[in-house]
Design a binder for this molecule. Structure first.
Ligand code: UDP
Ligand code: MG
Length: 318
C-alpha cells in the first residue's frame, strides 16, 4: 500500500480538489493507497473538510494539530502514523504534479527506496526569494555534501527509510535534507513546479528566514568557521602592522604611547576572535552529540533475510 501524506495549513480552497484528484489518479492506476491529511492547526474550514472527506471515503485519514507547528512537524506526524509499504509526501496546493506519483511508485517497485522529485524549473518566484534559495543551497552543499539544488519535499520513501527517519531521535528536523542523509538506493525524477492551485503561499519571509537559519545550523558549522578564519586573517594582519609599528617606534617615527595601543588592540582583537572560534567549535561538537543521530544506518543484513526466509517456510508448512 502507498501512503500519501499531505500537510495542510489553511487550505480550505484546496482540500476537496486535491483529494478528488489524488484519489482519481490512484484508482485509475489501480494503486492501493491511503491518503493522510495533516491539518497543521488551520484557522479556516480545513479540518471540517478533512473530517467530512474521511467519513465519506475509507482511504482518507485526517490528523489535526492543536496549533500551527509547521510543515516539518506535519510531515513527520504523517510518516509516524502511515501504514503503507512506501509513503509519498506531497503539497496540498498541487504545485507538485500528482501524476508523477505513479512514475515514482513504478520506480519504487523496481527496487528504489528513495525517489526524489527534483525541480527542473522553480516556477514563479521573486528575485529575492530565488537569490536566498541559491545562497542557502550553496552553503548547504559546501558544508554537508548534500546536493539540494532543485530539492523539494516531494519524495517517495520505502518503509525502511520511513522507519529510519522515525527512529531519528533529534527534534529539530529538516525533512528535505534528512531524507538524503539517510542514504539508501535513490532515484530522481524531474518535474516543473506548477502554479499554486488556489490560495496564497503559507510561508512569510520571516518564517522562511527562520526555517533557513535553523536548517543551516543543524547541518553545518560554516558560519562559526567564518569567525575562526577571520580571527586568523586578523592575526596575520596584526603581525604585519605590528612589525611596522615596532619599526616606527625604534626609528623614532612614532607618537609617544601610540605603538603600545596599536599593538594591544591588534593582538587582543585577533586572539579573542580565534578563541571564540575554538569555543564555537566545541559547542558545535556538543550540538552534534546531543542530536544523537545514529552513526550509520544498515539497509541490508543477510542474517535478517535468512531469518525471514526461514519464517516464511515455517508458515508455509503450517
Ligand atoms: N504548510 C503547513 N504548515 C505551515 C506552512 C505550510 O503544513 O506552517 C503546508 C501547506 O499547506 C502546503 C505545503 O506546506 O501543503 C507547502 O506550503 P506552500 O504551498 O505555502 O509553500 P510554497 O509552495 O510557497 O513553498
Ligand atoms: Mg506551494
Amino acid at each position: 500500500m502507498l501512503s500519501i501524506i499531505v500537510p495542510a495549513y489553511n487550505e480550505e480552497e484546496n482540500i476537496e480538489n486535491t483529494c478528488s484528484v489524488i484519489c482519481g489518479i490512484m484508482k485509475e492506476n489501480g494503486i492501493d493507497f491511503e491518503l493522510i491529511f495533516v491539518d497543521d492547526g488551520s484557522k479556516d474550514r480545513t479540518w471540517e473538510l478533512i473530517d467530512r472527506l474521511s467519513r465519506e471515503n475509507k482511504s482518507v485519514r485526517g490528523l489535526k494539530f492543536s496549533r500551527n507547528f509547521g510543515k516539518e512537524g506535519a510531515v513527520f506526524a504523517g510518516l509516524k502514523r502511515c501504514l503503507g509499504d512506501c509513503a509519498v509526501v506531497i503539497d496540498c496546493d498541487l504545485q507538485h504534479p500528482p501524476l508523477l506519483m505513479v512514475e515514482m511508485y513504478e520506480l519504487w517497485k523496481q527496487g528504489y527506496q528513495v525517489v526524489e522529485a527534483v525541480k527542473a524549473s522553480r516556477g514563479k518566484e521573486g528575485f529575492v526569494y530565488k537569490f536566498f534559495a541559491k545562497c542557502f543551497y550553496g552553503l548547504m552543499k559546501s558544508s554537508s555534501d548534500i546536493d539540494m539544488k532543485g530539492a523539494s519535499d516531494y519524495k517517495l520513501l520505502d518503509r525502511q527509510v520511513v522507519d529510519a527517519l522515525n527512529d531519528l531521535p533529534e527534534r529539530i528536523t529538516f525533512f528535505r535534507a534528512l531524507s538524503s542523509w539517510v542514504g539508501f538506493k535513490t532515484a530522481k525524477v524531474e518535474f516543473n513546479v506548477a502554479p499554486r492551485n488556489a490560495g496564497k503561499s503559507k510561508w512569510s519571509f520571516r518564517k522562511l528566514f527562520r526555517f533557513a537559519m535553523s536548517n543551516l545550523t543543524s547541518f553545518t558549522n560554516v558560519p562559526m568557521q567564518i569567525v575562526t578564519v577571520t580571527g586568523f586573517l586578523f592575526f596575520v594582519a596584526a603581525i604585519v602592522i605590528g612589525i611596522q609599528t615596532l619599526v616606527n617606534f625604534f626609528t623614532g617615527n612614532a607618537l609617544e604611547g601610540f605603538s603600545t595601543v596599536i599593538l594591544l588592540i591588534l593582538l587582543t582583537g585577533s586572539l579573542i576572535m580565534i578563541a571564540l572560534g575554538i569555543i564555537g567549535y566545541y559547542i558545535s561538537k556538543i550540538y552534534e552529540e546531543i542530536k544523537c543521530r545514529p552513526r550509520y544506518i544498515i539497509s541490508y543484513d543477510t542474517v535478517q533475510r535468512r531469518d525471514k526466509e526461514e519464517r516464511n517456510t515455517v508458515n508455509d508448512k503450517n
